[in-house]
Design a protein around this ligand. Structure first.
Ligand code: NAI
Length: 332
């Protein structure tokens, strides 16, 4: 039998946490033969709720679940973890300035970075979900210099999956037949969902999405804004932000990273920019990636037309501004 993998979920008493921990314990993230020890962290006001989640995990009698650590102590939470899914953070509340939210999250990610660096397993892989996801991941990277930058990522897979879903609905196709959309940039409304290279499996083989949809005005207009604004549409409908889809996409992100992407398929991940596609290096930017042997690499050589270029630049500009704002929070 395999050794258990220790998976940390921060903010585990929250909405996404509640959807995510049973998926992990059922093997949705790492496969049906991988035993798991779950570490769950939240803050003291949520300690009782966190304990309730732990009780339910016991009650569900998941065969793969070999242990549960539920704690409000960051050091205990981080001890020996192989995978860290960072869902905990400070939400933007009515009347708060963006800078105030940023400053709260910078201090959270700074201290959790140090705890992970000191106490996690050497092979630690990090996925930041909490917003602003890209910039929180960047702060975590900056304050955990001994964690290799290739091991720190943020979630844009939900946006990627939303794009697949919109294309499938439009074409009346199965979502599993659509692949190779791209989310470029920030997990925010400036992200660029790009279908220039996306394909659909049909009975005649793979066909380009652009050809099958045959409506550039839609692809360049409503399709993009629907994906960009989907989070807000879910909040409007549910009065709560996306949780089951975020949790499921987080599992997809880690599964593909650890177990690999299928041949000929790429996915979107927020990763540390090396300057690929003329994006400024040193941002956590969402790119198309393939994964093999537990490592991601950015898909190279895709053509970027003028329409796309403008959008890649706009979302990079926003991330550069967020980075500057985050740094100003650190120094102040
Ligand atoms: P939530 O408010 O229900 O849960 C957040 C949890 O984090 C709470 O239990 C809170 O007590 C905890 N928390 C706060 N500070 C913490 C700290 N310092 N350490 C540990 N835990 C802490 O929020 P929800 O709906 O679960 O969303 C979580 C985050 O994920 C939000 O920032 C949200 O904006 C983001 N999100 C990101 C998505 C993405 O695609 N990247 C999609 C959906 C949500």
């Amino acid at each position: 039998a395999k050794d258990p993998v220790r998976v940390l979920v921060t903010g585990a008493a929250g909405q996404i946490g509640y959807a995510l921990v049973p998926m992990i314990a059922r093997g949705v993230m790492l496969g049906p033969d991988q035993p798991i020890i779950l570490h769950m962290l939240d803050i003291p006001p949520a300690a009782e709720a966190l304990n309730g989640v732990k009780m339910e995990l016991v009650d569900a009698a998941f065969p793969l679940l070999k242990g549960v650590v539920a704690t409000t102590d960051v050091v205990e939470a981080c001890k020996g973890v192989n995978i860290a899914i960072m869902v905990g953070g400070f939400p933007r509340k009515e009347g708060m300035e963006r800078k105030d939210v940023m400053s709260k999250n910078v201090s959270i990610y700074k201290s959790q970075a140090s705890a992970l660096e000191e106490h996690a397993a050497k092979d630690l892989k990090v996925l930041v979900v909490a917003n602003p996801a890209n910039t929180n991941a960047l702060i975590l990277k900056e304050f955990a210099p001994s964690i290799p930058e290739k091991n720190i990522t943020c979630l844009t897979r939900l946006d990627h999956n939303r794009a697949l879903g919109q294309i499938a609905e439009r074409l009346g196709a199965q979502v599993s037949s659509v692949k190779n959309v791209i989310i470029w940039g920030n997990h925010s409304s400036t992200q660029y969902p790009d279908v220039s290279h996306a394909v659909v499996a049909t009975e005649h083989g793979e066909e380009p999405v652009t050809k099958l949809v045959g409506d550039d005005a839609w692809l360049r207009g409503d399709f993009i804004s629907t994906v960009q604004q989907r989070g807000a549409a879910i909040i409007k409908a549910r009065k709560l932000s996306s949780a089951l889809s975020a949790a499921s996409s987080a599992c997809d992100h880690i599964r593909d990273w650890v177990l690999g992407t299928p041949k000929g398929t790429w996915v979107s991940m927020g990763v540390y920019s090396d300057g690929s596609y003329d994006v400024p290096p040193g941002l956590i930017y969402s790119y198309p990636v393939t994964c093999e042997n537990g490592n991601w690499s950015i898909v190279q050589g895709l053509s970027v037309d003028d329409f796309s270029r403008k959008k890649l630049v706009a979302t990079a500009d926003e991330l550069t501004e967020e980075k500057a704002m985050a740094y100003s929070c650190i120094s102040s």
